[in-house]
Structures are given as structure tokens and as C-alpha cells.
Ligand binder design. Structure first.
Ligand code: FMN
Length: 359
């Protein structure tokens, strides 16, 4: 039986390299990378961002989304908004439907050190949309506009918007909506190429990102289905976007943003981590989460560890065990044992790519 042929490596055209060789300018903030790590609720805490930044020192990162109404009623800063003074550039993402609460929350975000404030207008989750936040703002553009105006007035840092192409196939309004956000003062727009009705299903429709890019003068960041360097390059070529944002592709793979950034800067593919390197990273992630959040961190680490454990014989069984880890020591022992087994079986130097042996 012959193995399926390997995809050809991505090529960085001279026109794309030239177009993206300058810093990304978000209002008065300059970012030396065209690749961004997306906000991911339940994932992009301080620990995860620290791991991503190891491989992507210049990239823009986002906190998990923070509820502005919730913030209004608490004095103590929620952990979601904690940022490391050294982690720049960083954006704090907020969600809500109240312009006044969002303006107040934005001021607190800036006081914490946020370089930009991002407003979530794309979240599809019912709990959020039924309260008027996230993607439901696509159906209430006048409120979305009032939000951007109010936040822009309240803070000196650039205000950005992350949204989807529309509520449903019958209600795609990406171009008009994006123009309205720009007119209201947004300094960058990130567009996830799916409708709210799609959730995370089907393909991201990058053609809509191209249309929005053609209509705006502020930077447009393409988002949706960027799972590899190759996808990032194809998306940037097709959409003409000013950068790409990686999301689910980074789950258990904090190397992705750095890999894409390195390729766009050099035209060279960075060596992908071996399964052993991924499990070593899982161990770091577990230890850092425990140090930061204690036992709650161990529970949160379970999903991360299962995402890292992919692409080698025995991965399914290991995932089952990692999903039930109760203590730091248990997790470390499990990962060390798996690493030793992989080293013994020669996987460290195996050249067959994971997708051909995925089990
Ligand atoms: C687990 C999870 C959490 C997410 N949390 C957020 C969030 O807090 N804020 C946000 O703007 N988008 C959030 N998103 C959406 C992603 O940022 C991104 O727009 C989406 O996953 C599309 O990109 P992808 O196809 O590359 O995954 C989340 C997505 C997932 C899967």
C-alpha cells in the first residue's frame, strides 16, 4: 500500500512578503508581526499566552473575553484580565451590549496595561447573544456603533472589533457592518469568515474577508481555519488581509503563531515539534497552570494535555488517562512515562508526519 503523497510546501511570493514586511499599524500601536493569537475563552489565560510568546515574541495576544457588566459590579479585578507587565503587545477583549459599561471596562483594561481594547461582536454562544452581546450585535448595528463610539471616547489606546460575516446565510452584512465600525472609530477589524448560524461548522468563507478588506482603510485581520502555515499563506493571498489570526489551530499547539510568523518573515519553514517536544510542552503547561491556579489549574490542564497528546501510536490511550489527572505529580509521571516510551520507540526522529498515522 502506498502512502498518500505529501502536500507541497508553502511558497512565500515576493509580493506577499513585500506587502507584509512592514509592522502592523493599529492606530498608534505598531506590532512587528502579522500573525495574531486569537482570544479563546477557557484557553488564552496568562499561562497559555506565555507559552505562545516563547515561539512568537512579537505577536499580538488577546485575553479571554471579559464581561463588562460583571466588571461594573466588582471592585476586584477578575483573573481573566490579569496581564504580565512584560507581555506586550496585548489586547484585553470585552463583551457586552452596554456602551457605558463597556467604556468603563475599557478604562480598567487600559489601567491594567492593555495596548488595545477589543470588542467581541462575534461570539455565537446563546448565553451571550441572548443578552445582546457577541454576534447578536451584527443584528443591532446601531448599538454596535454606539459601543465603538463610546469606548473610543473613553480611552486613548486603539479600539478594535472582532466579528463574523453575518448572523446567517440570509443575513450576511459583513461589508456594511465593518464600514460602520470603521466610521465609528475602530482602528482594526478581525473577521471570522463564518456566520453566527455556522458556529464552528463548515468552512470559513475567506471570500467575504477579501470583500471587507477591499472596502476598509483600517487593517483587516483574517480569521477562520488557519490551522497551518500553508493555510495562513493561502488566506493572506486570497483575501489581501493585513494579517492572520490563529485560533483552534493553537489548541495543544502553542507553536503555530510562531511558525506562521517565522515563515512570513523568512520564507523558511520552522521545524515542527516532535511528539516528544509536544509532550514536554504539555508538562510545562501543566506545571505552570498548577503554579498559577493551584488545583483548579490541574482540572483546566486536563483538556490542554489531551490536545497535546496526538499523532503517535498510543495517543488515544494516553488521552483517556490525561483526561482524569487529579494531581500535579500524577500528570507529570504520566507524561514522563509517555515521553520515555516515545524516545525508546524512536519517535523522536520519525519522519512520517502525524496526519498519516493519526489513530
Ligand atoms: C474554545 C473557544 C473559545 C473561544 N473564545 C473566544 C473569545 O473569548 N473571544 C472571541 O472573540 N472569539 C473566541 N472564539 C472564536 C475564535 O477566536 C475564532 O474566531 C474561531 O475559532 C474561528 O477561527 P478557527 O476556525 O481558526 O478556529 C473561541 C473559539 C473557541 C473554539
Amino acid at each position: 500500500m502506498s502512502l498518500p503523497s505529501l502536500p507541497s510546501p508553502p511558497v512565500l511570493s515576493s509580493s506577499l512578503q513585500a506587502r507584509l514586511s512592514t509592522p502592523l499599524r493599529i492606530g498608534n500601536v505598531e506590532v512587528n508581526s502579522r500573525v495574531l493569537q486569537s482570544p479563546l475563552s477557557g484557553v488564552t489565560d496568562l499561562v497559555f499566552r506565555r507559552l505562545v510568546r516563547r515561539y512568537a515574541p512579537d505577536s499580538m495576544m488577546y485575553t479571554e473575553m471579559v464581561n463588562a457588566t460583571g466588571l461594573h459590579y466588582v471592585k476586584q479585578l477578575p483573573r481573566l484580565m490579569e496581564i504580565d507587565p512584560h507581555e506586550r503587545p496585548i489586547s484585553i477583549q470585552l463583551f457586552d451590549c452596554r456602551p457605558d459599561f463597556l467604556a468603563e471596562a475599557a478604562q480598567r483594561a487600559v489601567a491594567e496595561g492593555a495596548d488595545t481594547v477589543d470588542i467581541n461582536m462575534g461570539c455565537p454562544v446563546n448565553k451571550i447573544t441572548k443578552n445582546g452581546g457577541g454576534s447578536s450585535l451584527l443584528r443591532q448595528p446601531e448599538i454596535a456603533e454606539a459601543i465603538v463610539r463610546s469606548v473610543v471616547q473613553a480611552v486613548k489606546v486603539p479600539v478594535t472589533v472582532k466579528t463574523r460575516i453575518g448572523w446567517s446565510d440570509q443575513e450576511i452584512n459583513a461589508v456594511e457592518f465593518a464600514q460602520r465600525m470603521q466610521d465609528a472609530g475602530a482602528q482594526m477589524l478581525t473577521l471570522h469568515g463564518r456566520t453566527r448560524a455556522q458556529g464552528y461548522n463548515g468552512s470559513a468563507r475567506w471570500e467575504w474577508i477579501a470583500r471587507v478588506k477591499a472596502a476598509l482603510t483600517i487593517p483587516v485581520i483574517a480569521n477562520g481555519d488557519i490551522f497551518s502555515v500553508d493555510a495562513a499563506v493561502r488566506c493572506l493571498e486570497m483575501t489581501g488581509a493585513d494579517g492572520v489570526m490563529c485560533s483552534r489551530g493553537t489548541l495543544g499547539y502553542p507553536f503555530l503563531v510562531g511558525e506562521v510568523d517565522h515563515f512570513l518573515k523568512t520564507g523558511q519553514l520552522r521545524q515542527s515539534p516532535t511528539p516528544i517536544a509536544r509532550l514536554e510542552c504539555a508538562k510545562d503547561h501543566l506545571q505552570m497552570l498548577w503554579a498559577y491556579k493551584g488545583d483548579r489549574g490541574i482540572r483546566q490542564a486536563r483538556k490542554h494535555m489531551t490536545w497535546y497528546a496526538k499523532g503517535f501510536v498510543g495517543a488515544v490511550e494516553l488521552r483517556g488517562k490525561l483526561a482524569q489527572v487529579e494531581t500535579l505529580d500524577q500528570g507529570v509521571v504520566m507524561l514522563d512515562r509517555a515521553i520515555a516510551q516515545l524516545a525508546q520507540s524512536g519517535w523522536q526522529t520519525e519522519e512520517v508526519p502525524p496526519q498519516l498515522v493519526e489513530i
